[in-house]
Design a protein around this ligand. Sequence first.
Ligand code: NAP
Length: 248
Amino acid sequence: MRGDLSGRRAVVTGASSGIGAATARALAAAGATVVGGARRVERVRDLGKVAALELDVTNPASCEAFVEAAREHLGGFDVLVNAAGLGLGREPFDASSEVDERTVLETNVNGLIRLTRLCLPHLADGAHIVNLGSVAGRQAYPNGALYVTSKFAVRGFTYALREDLLGRPIRITTVDPGLVETEFSLVRFRGDSAKAQAVYEGLTPMRPDDIAECVLFALTRPPHVNVDEIVVKALAQSSGARIHRDSA
Ligand code: NAP
């Protein structure tokens, strides 16, 4: 049955919140056996049908231990969803710092690349890699240089990986969302909930489940079909920079 992931073994990073959590839940509901990773492992445990393992994608030793434990649990992998990621700040690049640069690029770029490299030897024939990019990885917007850079890199890596995997039975997809209401903005504004909430005011943002459905769509196409990219935005958003807000 299309949409049925019974017997599939999935690894989802960033499974403690937002898009990763919704995806891990959706995959489990579709019948997959799912391992979810994040630093806040107790929140992954709270998802219920998802095996929770601690993971810090910025830490090579943590990634190695995570992949080894996931392999012991699942035997091998049919699905890898790289959803762990973050943005920090909405200021002009002049306000950037060494710490922010390292954190954003280590998490969104190096972390995703590292996890993919470590999982690759354990991917079964017919496996599928899904990377969470962003509309920020397709078109720049002001005051988001580090995040924009990181998501352009995710798209570049995905394109390059597709070239290197050509001829192998492994599919690869990027899902590039616009505004999704998650904890993303709370993290980006360093815990300032008023600023975070303002991001979603005056429009109907997408929900994490909307993105999980896109992931599921890509995963459940017939094996000869590779959905390269899904770009999905809130109706009220035409680009990263342009959002129509209802005035109160
Ligand atoms: P979120 O609710 O803040 O979730 C981010 C997830 O990433 C959390 O599970 C977090 O887990 C994990 N994470 C962050 N740093 C990590 C690290 N060092 N090691 C392991 N896990 C880490 O945000 P979200 O919106 O769901 O974001 C998920 C992905 O979608 C990101 O790649 C983001 O760039 C992308 N995206 C989001 C939007 C949006 O509007 N929300 C739009 C386009 C793309 P822990 O903190 O527990 O480790």
